[in-house]
Design a protein around this ligand. Structure first.
Ligand SMILES: *Cc1c(COP(=O)(O)O)cnc(C)c1O
Length: 471
């Protein structure tokens, strides 16, 4: 029998010798004292490692999983598709799965007049990259040759490919590459907890978006930036409502609608990155729907397959799509794509996931699940080094600070957030922080007691690293 999975010892040995992990310091990872977890299985919100330890999946497997692991309907959909075909080309060919998904995605946006079209790819970054190239080429082909400028939001993260890095503002990830990227105009990311214009005292137990005292300077800043460049700007790229990798920055309600209105006034395209916020994560099917906004371009990824297979999509308005139509000899074709575009297995998983969300009541169930998360995460206010607990839908961020009264952060060399998450592993929780912002993003299948256990495990990890009685 050929071998398909290694024993625990083999996996650890071969991994140490041959594998390079993303976002991982391999020197630390290869240290024999480092507890490397080998995932061997999972069911629902629980992951199991090769030695039989069980962990709650506290960040939905890096923000991808929606319905839990081994979801019977998604499992069955992939198996059914596997009995037909796994993959074939999507270049000048189609299959009988991807069009169903495209139609479902467009209908889910509930904006028939926008005449949205779907371009498939395989990861969040590739969906952003496609959106960017589509915008560039569309402006060119529409003869709007002055519209060459792109706006981005402070702290934005759109992925790690070169175009996506150009649109992002993640110094810690992209510093070395910045001079190889193109320049964008950046407007401040609205982030009430750390906003220099917020004059409210640091109150405990409240959402900074509600407690803020300001003149909505962020609203004015984006308006000024867009109006000043109204003739030369092609598009603004932004994560709606929650900027994930910035540290779960949560925008005050109304900001997105405000941006959309200015864009519309000036003919600037609104390109939304719903890679993290999409598919219910921020509380509605898409975060833009929280504000009644219809983007011109939209990237989705991560949760699209329920967290099963790599798939992403760039959804484009008919107005932009039309700029690419013409005789082949006119050279208007979008000459861009990936080998696995429209992969039927991934599309089958995505269709099953959307069916669970929309037809089987999962989306509706999020109303009370996010209340469970709100209740469970109150525990963090008991800790003096918690400066902010913020939540949008099924996304909860807990920001650790040295001094809550002044919001002074810990030094990044202390790696406080990372240490807390490692400590939480010993209490049965897997999650990763963004700097010193702890992340809780439970799969939607989580029970109330699992959500409470996730918060408690993270809180216990926090108390291991920063003992309560000491401070
Ligand atoms: C994760 C993420 C991306 C990049 O997606 P990948 O699948 O990792 O390439 C882009 N934008 C946002 C908002 C994300 O959270």
């Amino acid at each position: 029998m050929p071998k398909h999975n290694a024993t625990l010892a083999e996996a650890l040995d071969l991994d140490r010798r041959f594998v390079w992990h993303p976002f991982t310091q391999m020197h630390e990872w290869r240290d024999p004292a480092f507890d490397r977890i080998v995932i061997a299985g999972g069911k629902g919100a629980v992951l199991t490692d090769a030695s039989g330890r069980r962990f709650l999946d506290g960040n939905s497997s890096i923000w991808t999983n929606l319905h839990g692991h081994r979801q019977p309907r998604i499992d069955a959909a992939i198996r059914r598709q596997l009995n037909r075909i796994a993959h074939c080309s999507f270049l000048g060919l189609t299959n009988d799965v991807a069009p169903l998904l495209a139609a479902k995605l467009v209908r889910a946006l509930r904006a028939p007049r926008r005449n949205y079209q779907v371009f498939f790819s395989d990861d969040g970054a590739t969906a952003i990259e496609a959106a960017l190239k589509i915008a560039i080429q569309a402006r060119h082909q529409r003869g709007e040759l002055t519209r060459t400028r792109y706006l981005s939001i402070g702290g934005a993260y759109h992925g790690d490919t070169v175009g996506a890095m150009s649109l992002g503002n993640s110094p810690q990830f992209h510093r070395i590459f910045k001079k190889f990227t193109f320049t964008t105009t950046t407007v401040p990311g609205p982030h009430c907890y750390r906003c220099p214009h917020n004059r409210a005292a640091s109150l405990r137990g409240v959402d900074q978006r509600d407690a803020r005292r300001c003149e909505q300077e962020c609203f004015d800043a984006v308006e000024k930036a867009l109006s000043a460049r109204s003739e030369t700007t092609s598009a603004i790229f932004m994560e709606p409502r929650v900027q994930g990798a910035a540290g779960l920055w949560m925008h005050p309600p109304g900001f997105l609608r405000h941006v959309a209105k200015i864009c519309q006034k000036h003919g600037i395209w609104l390109a939304l990155d719903e890679v993290m916020t999409g598919f219910g994560r921020a509380g509605s099917l898409f975060a833009c729907q929280l504000e009644g906004v219809q983007p011109d371009l939209m990237a989705v990824g991560k949760g699209i397959t329920g967290g099963y297979l790599p798939l992403a999509a760039t959804i484009v308005s008919g107005e932009i799509f039309d700029a690419f139509l013409g005789a082949p000899s006119e050279g208007k074709t979008f000459l861009h794509g990936h080998s696995y575009t429209g992969n039927p297995l991934a599309c089958a998983a995505a269709l099953a996931s959307l069916e669970l969300l929309q037809e089987k009541g999962v989306l509706a169930s999020l109303k009370h699940k996010q209340k469970w998360l709100r209740g469970a995460s109150r525990i963090f206010w008991r800790h003096p080094n918690v400066g902010d607990v913020r939540q949008q839908g099924m996304i909860c961020g807990i920001e650790l600070v040295k001094h809550p009264a002044t919001r002074e952060p810990f030094s990044s060399v202390d790696r406080t957030g990372a240490n807390v998450c490692r400590a939480a592993q010993r209490h049965g929780l897997l999650t990763r922080p963004v700097g010193d912002v702890l992340v809780l993003m439970p799969p939607y299948c989580s029970s109330q007691s699992q959500i409470r256990a996730m918060a408690n495990a993270l809180f216990n990890g926090l108390c291991d690293v920063l003992p309560l009685n000491k401070s």
